[in-house]
Structures are given as C-alpha cells and as structure tokens.
Design a protein around this ligand. Structure first.
Ligand SMILES: Nc1ncnc2c1ncn2[C@@H]1O[C@H](COP(=O)(O)OP(=O)(O)OP(=O)(O)O)[C@@H](O)[C@H]1O
Length: 285
C-alpha cells in the first residue's frame, strides 16, 4: 500500500482556564496516495483542529501534545514529519506539495484584489520561476475548474459562492500539490451548487491523481466523493474504512447515527459511490 501521509498517535490540546481540552486524541490514520479520504464527525469532534494541525495552521492556545505526521511527497520520498519541520522547509512544502482548500466564503479571498492577483501571489511566492508562465497558466487553471478565463479580471464580490469555490480550487491545485486538505469546501453553498462543486473536485482528483483529505460534517458529501472515510467522535477516530463498507456495515453506533441523519432526497436511497451523485442508488463504478 502506497501511503502518502502516516499520522501516528496524534494528540492536540487547547489550554483553557479550567485545564487542557484534548481536541484530537491519539489519532492513527494512514492516507493512501491518490485517494479521497473523508473525515466525518459532528461539530466539535476535532476535524478542523486536525486539519489545521496537519497544515501547520494551528493557533494558540492549541498545541500538539504528541505524535507525528510523516508526509511522503514526490519532492521528498524519504518523508518529512509535518509537525516537526519549520522555516524554509515548511514554506517550500506549502502549496507545492501540501495545499489547502478552505470554504468559499468571502474572507478566503482578498476582497480588494482581482482573481489573477491572488493566483500570482501564491504562485510567485512559492514558485517565482514560473512568472513568465502566468498569462497562460491562470486561464488554464480556471478552465480546469470549469470557469471562463475572463474570471481572472474579476474581484471576489463579483462572483457567486460557487464560482469563488472554484477559484479556490484552482488556486489549491495551481502548483500541482501531492495532497490537498479541504475543510468543509461546500458548506457555505446551496445543495445544487454543492453537488457540482464536489463533482469538479472528484474530476480533479481523477485527472491529476492528487490525494485529498476531505473534511465534512455531512455524510452525504462523503457518500458522493470519498473512497474511504474516517469517523471522528470527541477527538478520536472511531471507525475507518472503504466508504461503501462504512455505509453498508457501520461498525460503530455513532457512525450509524451519522448515516441516518443524511436527508433522503425525494425518498431515494443514498447512493454510496465516489464521484457519483448522492441519492441515485446507482452503482456504476
Ligand atoms: N481556540 C480554541 N480554544 C479552546 N477550545 C477550542 C478552540 N478551538 C476549538 N476548540 C475545541 O476543540 C474541540 C474540537 O473543535 P474543532 O473545531 O476542531 O471541531 P470540528 O469537528 O472541526 O467542529 P466544527 O465543524 O464546528 O469546527 C471542540 O471541543 C472545541 O470547542
């Protein structure tokens, strides 16, 4: 099995007035190269804390209280511990090996900069040699996520939520990362737009082979997109498995409850199938 990220005994705590709150507890999780791994769990289960920790975006009073996250990108096949690297090594990994897809809310983009500027900022900071390529690279990236190249000249407020989410996807893939951590990438969008965005994410993963850690409280999102899913409860991973197996034979009572909470569309059964719409009941993979 080709593992791109090996999370071992990871614990993260927040210091509070009444002692430490352990938000991630002894997590052991292996992410396979090329897969979409869903991380499920209700609000407060520790999903965002784990994502922020892996991306090295964890803020005080949070701190890693134990564990490692060994990352094996193409540029460093011998592996690096994401939790231990600092400075230039960390900067070099950001975007070009490990990238982040946030929610498409207004504050994920700079409101006073045109979209092309936002691409240029990321690309030039991490791959300055690619400056000459920008005029062709930006339109190509926009087209890859289903946007017209003219979007490059827009400001974020001129775009719909779905278009902003596509822009964020294009920025996330701009330096051909090995791994993208997507934290609730469709939460702010209405259901129809969500589906189209998830399909675009599935297409990107299939076409480029990028590995995706997909964080969502919504089991319907995992049913549509994930290859495997890990379920978090109170900071611990209580179940992990192939998405179909988890949906059809959940091992944990909590997983069963999460599955039951998915709204059924027009009475149809939820179709569990990476890259295929929810509620089709079809299985054509
Ligand atoms: N800055 C903080 N200070 C103290 N406790 C925090 C802080 N941030 C998060 N927590 C706590 O850590 C636990 C995990 O929160 P986290 O946000 O990681 O969960 P989540 O599953 O991502 O939920 P959500 O989807 O609501 O963000 C919760 O108990 C939360 O209250």
């Amino acid at each position: 099995m080709d593992v791109i990220l090996d999370i071992a005994d990871l614990s993260v705590a927040y210091a509070t007035g009444s002692g430490d709150l352990v938000a991630v507890k002894d997590v052991n999780l292996q992410v396979r190269r090329g897969e979409i791994l869903g991380i499920a769990g209700e609000s407060g289960s520790g999903k965002t804390t784990m994502a922020a920790t892996l991306l090295r975006l964890l803020k005080k009073p949070g701190r890693v209280s134990g564990g490692t996250a060994q990352f094996f990108p193409g540029s460093a096949p011998e592996g690096v511990d994401l939790l231990a690297i600092t400075g230039n090594r960390l900067r070099r990994l950001r975007w070009s090996s490990l990238s982040y897809l946030p929610q498409g809310s207004m504050n994920s983009l700079n409101p006073v900069a045109r979209i092309e500027r936002q691409f240029a900022d990321v690309i030039l900071e991490h791959a300055p040699k690619r400056k000459a390529e920008l005029p062709t690279l930006i339109p190509r990236l926009l087209q890859q996520v289903g946007l017209d190249p003219s979007v490059a000249r827009s400001y974020p407020h001129e775009l719909s939520g779905g278009m902003r989410q596509r822009v964020l996807m294009a920025i996330a893939i701009s330096l051909e990362p090995d791994l993208i951590v997507a934290d609730e990438p469709t939460t702010a969008l209405d259901v129809t737009v969500q589906r189209v965005i998830l399909q675009t994410l599935a297409d990107l993963s299939r076409d480029s082979g990028v590995t995706i850690i997909l964080i969502s409280h919504d089991m319907g999102v995992h049913a549509q997109l994930a290859d495997r899913v890990a379920v978090m409860l109170d900071g611990a991973v209580v179940e992990v498995g192939e998405v179909r197996q988890v949906f059809h034979q959940p091992q944990h009572e909590y997983t069963r409850r999460l599955i039951e909470s998915i709204p059924k569309l027009a009475g149809a059964a939820v179709g569990v199938n990476a890259g295929h719409p929810v509620a089709t009941g079809e299985d054509d993979r």
